[in-house]
Ligand binder design. Structure first.
Ligand SMILES: [Zn+2]
Length: 596
């Protein structure tokens, strides 16, 4: 109204106000029922009131924010129907793969109904069975462009035997109702329903809740204490925790894994034995997803400021959003005392070796990897190792290199922490997303140096990373294991299929690549010796580098022979050493970087 009053003469403003106070704003309510949970079907009703247009389009998003692949959630919708308030059906038609157009003739109440099949146990999609329900609104609830940024209500009709609902959404006045300021907030607030254990605690002044679904032997008291430590360490980086309440939804499962970040919650899918077998990996995952509440959910790429739910949303910054979050997950584990310095450095140099050993790192930059996540990173195939680089792993190393450069060049006064805090204050709080240019300038501001060449070479380009040079700034030496200790190799990965050894991938430039071996080739014999996946490496190790071997293979049901030259495995293995005599500057950088 304030904007309009500046344009019109005052008399018109009064007339406008008069009309406005007498018109009723359109409202949207979602009712989700689960009458037969074992069927995996949710029943959805959408009530649209007082929408004054002839028709309205209801759309199901095609992807989940944070997971960059088109997944077509409309494929799980059945029985779409539309009726006026008095139950009289109204005309509707499907206008494209994810949208239904409904002509309701300005009727005061429109009711849309449909069923959604929900049987995908990942963090990205809704799920329903006899034991629990998990709601990801973008895979269950349709939106309209017209009301996307209007407040809405979610009403849940849940089986009487289920007692708990965990979500970061605010509760409404009535039982099992929740309110969201808009559809985007609803999408960003998953809901867990069932008889899960609820672990509550306060950390960094914020109320936290862990919804523990699924049998597992965990120690609630320990989880409370450990998450508190991680949360307080992460909050210190930004000096503030923007949430009033935060929810961890944990699905304990027999297989699978992964996490998905949200504004005020996260979903963690973990194996049920993780608390015994690899508790630190549970904490690392929790630290990673929690850190995202600042980096990617609030400091976000300008390209993801306003999401388009109907198609791909392109950004070249996923290396920063995901990779640097991976770097901070490590830093938070180090600063909280769950990783010692050895573990932290060991994991970092392993990532460095991994990138060094990826042929795709010479082909694709991290900026390209980010942009093409939709068609490459989320669609891995047998050649992915050769034509792409992980923006997680390389982004994590880039985080460490930028951190080291800033600490060194500012003589220990600043670090990457300052860059993040600056972006949070100056972009997120002003309602702006960031570009690579904004990020580079912030790094230059706190590092007091030009990062133009660095960004050109290592972010937009594929030049080998200067790992050694930068680690030395902190008095850490990067050591490469001697090649003559490595086993013989042809450069293939094998899988066992019905007892046969089958090539799953061929490394670009390897002996197998040069000899014309291919994925899906079945290796039958090597110089007449029968091969399987288990004896292949030990047979190969009997040969000297440069020997020629004859492989009998089966390709598409036909036998053929290939001659291959055996070489030593040329992949790099790194270790690190802490220099005994550090210069005062190396000492300083090391103290700031590793918190010694
Ligand atoms: Zn992440």
């Amino acid at each position: 109204m304030n904007r309009i009053s500046g344009i019109f003469p005052s008399g018109i403003v009064i007339a406008f106000l008069f009309v406005a106070t007498h018109s009723v704003a359109a409202s949207l309510e979602y009712v989700v029922s689960m009458p037969n949970p074992a069927s995996h079907y949710f029943e959805v009703k959408v009530l649209l009131k007082d929408y004054k247009k002839d028709y309205v389009d209801f759309k199901m998003p095609v992807w989940t924010p944070g997971s960059y692949l088109i997944r077509e959630y409309a494929r799980n919708v059945e029985g779409f129907a539309a009726a006026k308030g008095n139950g009289i059906p109204v005309k509707h038609e499907k206008i494209n793969k994810n949208a239904w157009r409904v002509w309701h003739g300005k009727s005061s109440v429109l009711e849309i109904s449909y069923s959604v099949y929900a049987f995908d146990g990942s963090v990205r999609m809704s799920y329903l069975d006899e034991n629990h329900a998990f709601i990801m609104a973008n895979t269950l609830l349709m939106y309209t462009d017209a009301l996307r940024f209007e407040p809405l209500t979610l009403r849940l009709n849940i089986p009487g035997r289920w007692k708990n609902i965990s979500t970061s959404l605010n509760a409404g006045h009535e039982k099992n109702t929740f309110i969201a300021p808009d559809y985007d907030a609803l999408v960003d607030s998953p809901v867990e329903i069932g008889n899960h254990e609820v672990i509550r605690f306060t950390a960094a002044g914020v109320e936290h809740e862990v919804a523990m679904y699924g049998e597992a032997f965990y120690d609630a008291e320990k989880i409370r204490g450990d998450l508190t430590k991680l949360i307080e360490t992460a909050t210190k980086i930004f000096d503030e925790n923007p949430n009033e309440k935060y929810v961890f939804i944990v699905h304990n499962q027999s297989t699978g894994g992964g996490g998905l970040e949200h504004m005020s919650s996260t979903v963690l899918n973990v194996r049920r034995n993780i608390y015994q077998s690899n508790y630190n990996s549970f904490l690392t995952l929790a630290a990673h997803e929690y850190f995202h509440l600042w980096l990617v959910k609030r400091i976000k790429p300008a390209a993801l400021e306003k999401l388009d739910y109907d198609r791909e949303n392109y950004t070249d910054l996923l290396w920063f959003m995901e990779g640097v979050t991976s770097y901070y997950e490590e830093k938070i584990m180090l600063r909280s005392g769950y990783f010692d310095q050895q573990t932290f450095l060991d994991r970092l140099v392993k990532a460095m070796a991994n990138i060094k050993n990826t042929p795709g790192a010479k082909v694709q930059s991290v900026a390209q990897a980010s942009f093409d996540a939709w068609i490459k990173f989320y669609r891995q195939n047998e050649n992915s190792h050769n034509d792409q680089v992980s923006y997680y792993s390389k982004g994590m190393i880039l985080g460490a290199l930028l951190d080291l450069a800033i600490i060194h060049n500012s003589e220990g006064r600043n670090s990457l922490d300052d860059v993040l805090r600056y972006l949070y204050e100056n972009y997120h709080k002003k309602g702006k997303g960031i570009t690579t240019e904004n990020l580079r300038k912030a790094c230059e501001h706190f590092g007091g140096m030009d990062f133009g060449q660095f960004f050109n070479d290592y972010i937009y380009g594929t030049r080998p990373l200067p790992n050694n040079e930068y680690l030395r700034l902190a008095g850490v030496g990067l050591l490469q294991l001697k090649n003559d200790l490595k086993p013989m190799s042809l450069g293939v990965s094998l899988t066992q299929q019905n007892g046969a050894a089958v090539i799953s991938s061929v490394k670009k430039g390897s002996p197998a690549f040069e000899a014309g071996l291919s994925a899906d080739d079945e290796l039958i014999a090597l110089d007449g010796f029968r091969i399987n996946k288990n004896n292949f490496n030990s047979i190969l190790d009997n040969y000297a580098p440069g020997s020629r071997v004859f492989l009998t293979i089966s390709r598409d049901g036909l036998l053929l022979h290939k001659e291959v030259v055996v070489r030593r495995d040329d992949s790099v293995v790194y270790a690190f050493e802490l220099m005994e005599e550090k210069s005062p500057m190396q000492q300083k950088v090391s103290e700031v970087w590793l918190g010694l």
